[in-house]
Design a binder for this molecule. Structure first.
Ligand SMILES: [Cu+2]
Length: 121
């Protein structure tokens, strides 16, 4: 009689363990699909083509290549604050600019590439 009771209890425990692990699996699946949703959310943050005004400090100028490195502020909907190199639409734009200048500039973002189309002190 005692042995039978033990078997019943063991079966119940086994059964609930089985249930528990299967519900664990389904919550893992739910977690996975929410991860997928997060990835999609990041992908949706791809910047829209357009003009983005910004401000920063000039850290390097390459007049030959027509490029300028700027330690720029956060640019909403485009990128966080960082130091990076941009190419400029026209090399002549760099003439009045010197390293150390605080500049305001406009980035043209088009199909994944950006360039500076306007810059001033
Ligand atoms: Cu940047």
């Amino acid at each position: 009689m005692k042995l039978n009771l033990f078997i019943v209890i063991a079966s119940v425990l086994l059964f609930s363990f089985g249930c528990g692990s299967s519900s664990l699996n389904s919550s893992n699946t739910a977690a996975n699909s929410s991860n997928t949703a997060n990835t999609e959310g990041t992908a949706a943050k791809t910047p829209a083509d357009g003009m983005y005004p910004s401000k920063g400090v000039v850290t390097k100028i390459n007049n030959e290549l027509g490029s300028i490195e700027i330690d720029h502020e956060n640019i909403p909907d485009l990128m966080p604050a960082m130091k990076m190199e941009f190419s400029v639409k026209d090399k002549a734009m760099l003439k009045p600019i010197a390293v150390g200048d605080t500049v305001t500039f406009t980035i043209e973002y088009k199909q994944g590439t950006e360039r500076i189309i306007a810059i001033g002190k």
